[in-house]
Design a protein around this ligand. Structure first.
Ligand code: MET
Length: 402
């Protein structure tokens, strides 16, 4: 881990790319190739044996993808990064790498539905167990540690409840027990939070979200604090499971990421305006936003996040029917999963992103039937408020009947 020499706004545009090696092209070229030819058989042999640098085959590495990996390493303050074909490919790669049959994974009280599904599958097939616990204090975390625990896997903020995990406490306990810490940093992006700098071992991202920002890529990234360990994952799990990112998706990401800081500033300022508006609505019974003073972990969020992000979850009076009626009343705001796009998106976690989680586990995570998750986009805030306002007007009679 090292401190970056320039600010993220600069490194996210320049890091990892030297135009003099690419015919002076200002934009990183797209190496849309599956394989690379060798000048002779010996060069091929040496590259396979690891005795010579150079490209072999795009599953083992591609120059466009490598630029993205170097850039991600820098902006997450890590020592190495690997790009994957989806966020879940990155999550599964790190969990496969860290665990053996019989191990135990300690998780934050909520995790994304497909991560939950993956852990359930690992339990069923390999006896790798997991447990979801609140992680606000060291005591809570320490109590849940078992002799077979090997890693702590957390989201913070948690999707979609916005609960905050105390990273300082997680890292302290992990150090005491010799555990690896993995943080899903998708909700914040590297612009708002850098878990590796505070001692986490790995960060995973769904690059589909804020990193790309334009809703046209599915991708994932894993960043590690220890470069040797990242190399080991590249040569084993990434190569042999093979969930790599395509060069074109890496190219789109490099293009989209250049504006991450500018976009995040706007997501945050729009989200704050939407938050204020939602709090004034009689039909809204609860709001969840990390840097809202009413948030139960407000102080922890303030310590570890630069800003509160662009996601807001809220509960609407009634249940699933009222939540769905509200969604159906929106017009500018799109009903869709995913997040971090220019377009404002709304989804119903209980029936969408977290539908695979059994209802009792969902309840334990704090996901009710009336919870909605809003990914505040980059539109003019007045237009967003107008759309929300007309939707509240439309559902008012239904809610008043309750
Ligand atoms: C297949 S559903 C999910 C997409 C994404 N992980 C989200 O939380 O919106």
């Amino acid at each position: 881990m090292k401190k970056p020499s320039v600010n993220i706004e600069t490194s996210i545009i320049h890091k990892g790319y030297d135009s003099s090696n690419h015919h002076d092209s200002l934009s990183t070229p797209l190496y849309q190739t599956s394989t690379f030819s060798f000048v002779d058989a010996e060069q091929g042999e040496n590259r396979f044996a690891g005795h010579a640098e150079g490209n072999i085959y795009s599953r083992l590495g591609n120059p466009t993808v490598r630029v993205l990996e170097e850039r991600m390493t820098e902006i997450e303050q890590g020592a190495g990064a690997l790009a994957f074909g989806s966020g879940m490919a990155a999550v599964s790669a790190i969990l496969i790498y860290l665990t053996r049959a019989g191990d135990h994974v300690l998780c934050s009280r909520g995790i994304y539905g497909c991560t939950f599904g993956l852990l359930e599958m690992m339990e069923e097939k390999y006896g790798i167990t997991h447990q979801l616990v609140s992680m606000t204090t060291e005591k809570e975390i320490e109590r849940a540690i078992r002799p077979e625990t090997v890693c702590i896997y957390v989201e913070t903020p948690i999707n979609p409840t916005m609960e905050i995990v105390n990273l300082e406490a997680v890292n302290a306990v992990a150090e005491k027990y010799g555990l690896k810490v993995v943080v899903d940093n998708t909700f914040c992006s590297p612009y708002l939070q850098n878990p590796l700098s505070s001692g986490a071992d790995f960060v995973v991202h769904s690059a589909t979200k804020y990193l790309n920002g334009h809703g046209d890529v599915v991708g994932g990234v894993l960043v590690g604090r220890d470069g040797e360990e990242v190399k080991k994952i590249r040569k084993t799990v990434q190569k042999d499971v093979g969930g790599i990112m395509s060069p074109f998706d890496a190219w789109l990401l490099l293009r989209g990421m250049k504006t991450l800081p500018v976009r995040m500033d706007r997501h945050v300022s729009n989200a704050k305006k939407v938050l204020t508006f939602l709090k004034q609505q009689p039909a809204v019974t609860k709001v969840f936003y990390p840097l809202d003073e009413g948030h139960p972990q407000y102080e922890i969020a303030q310590r570890q996040m630069r800003e509160g992000g662009g996601l807001i979850s809220f509960e609407i009076e009634g249940g699933k029917k009222e939540a769905q009626a509200f969604m159906n009343s929106l017009s500018l705001i799109k009903i869709a999963v995913s997040l971090g796009d220019a377009e404002t998106l709304i989804q119903h976690p209980a029936s969408m992103t977290h539908a695979v989680v059994p209802s009792e586990d969902r309840e334990a995570m704090g996901i009710s039937e009336s919870l909605l998750r809003l990914s505040v986009g980059l539109e003019h805030p007045d237009d967003l408020l107008a759309d929300l306002s007309q939707a509240f007007e439309k559902v008012k009679p239904k809610i008043q009947q309750l």
